[in-house]
Design a protein around this ligand. Structure first.
Ligand SMILES: NC(=O)c1ccc[n+]([C@@H]2O[C@H](COP(=O)([O-])OP(=O)(O)OC[C@H]3O[C@@H](n4cnc5c(N)ncnc54)[C@H](O)[C@@H]3O)[C@@H](O)[C@H]2O)c1
Length: 259
């Protein structure tokens, strides 16, 4: 879907930004869009091929970026990610903490502890670890953080116990950190996408029960495009959102109106 011209007015010139999960889906679209609006982007992902593909696209279009391989559930790797971003671009102005997985589609009684812990680690603990180290780098000059949650951060969905719990947790820590750091010059917000056409969603849509719920649930009558989430993340990271703090920003085609 093409970007309405009005949105192109949201600029990120010179902003030094980290995008986690930048090797695929929404993170890739966001990294490309941010760089296209003038940001210097550190693409972070555990998937090297995906991260390098995003980097190549940005570079081909004349943007500035680097790729850092990172497992966001491992604290020293997250610390290294932030240090590398700061070192390469001379500081940090913001981050889009967006990496995530859906995990197996199973009712709670069938879910293994291992699968539960993996989803919580990637979707919730990684948001804590990322914010912890990003905030330390942002404190001297201020900045903005956007965390990708999901409508599953507010509502239940069948067969996704760990995903729903992890996203509720990610929204909780977003709101909590927003309060602690708003007075210190860091705005922290959440985007809550509805079902969006990315590799992650395709995996979930293989479960017919989930696909049926997603199709019926979006009043706009279609799934979202990753660029539509990236546009809102760009807005929240920009000065246009200077008074937006701790918001649950639904980007869901209306699904949250009557969940
Ligand atoms: N697609 C949807 O319908 C939808 C809806 C609501 C919320 N979301 C959320 O949006 C975010 C992006 O999802 P997407 O649909 O673009 O998925 P995606 O699978 O296309 O991309 C996710 C990226 O995160 C990376 N990643 C996973 N674990 C990681 C780790 N431990 N360390 C570093 N990187 C890791 C993956 O390698 C991948 O590149 C996720 O947080 C997801 O939960 C997606």
């Amino acid at each position: 879907m093409s970007t309405p011209d009005a949105y192109a007015k949201i600029r990120l010139d010179g902003r030094r930004l980290i995008v986690t999960g930048g090797g695929s889906g929404m993170g890739r679209e966001a990294a490309i869009l941010f760089a296209g609006r003038g940001a210097k982007v550190t693409i972070a992902d555990v998937n090297v091929a995906g991260g390098e593909e995003t980097l190549a696209t940005i570079t081909e279009r004349g943007g500035q970026a680097q790729f850092v391989k990172v497992d966001l559930t491992v604290e020293p790797e997250v610390e290294n990610l932030v240090a590398t971003a700061v070192e390469t671009f001379g500081g940090l102005d913001g981050a889009f903490n967006n990496a995530g997985i859906i995990g197996p589609a199973q009712p709670l009684a069938d879910l293994t502890l291992e699968d539960w812990q993996k989803v919580i680690a990637i979707n919730e603990t990684s948001v804590f670890l990322s914010m912890k180290h990003e905030i330390r780098a942002l404190l001297p000059a201020g900045g903005a953080i956007v965390n990708t949650v999901s409508t599953a951060g507010r509502f239940g969905y069948p067969n996704l116990p760990a995903y729903v719990a992890s996203k509720h947790g990610a929204l909780g820590i977003t709101r909590q950190a927003a309060l602690d750091y708003a007075p210190r010059g860091i705005r922290i917000n959440a985007v809550l996408p509805g079902s969006t056409l990315t590799p992650l969603a395709s995996a979930a849509m293989e479960d017919p029960e989930i696909a049926a719920v997603a199709a019926k649930a979006q009043p706009i009558g279609r799934l979202g495009e990753p660029g539509e989430i990236a546009e809102v993340a760009a807005f929240l990271l920009s000065d246009a959102a200077s008074f937006v703090v701790g918001a649950d920003f639904y980007v869901d085609g209306g699904v949250s109106v009557n969940p």
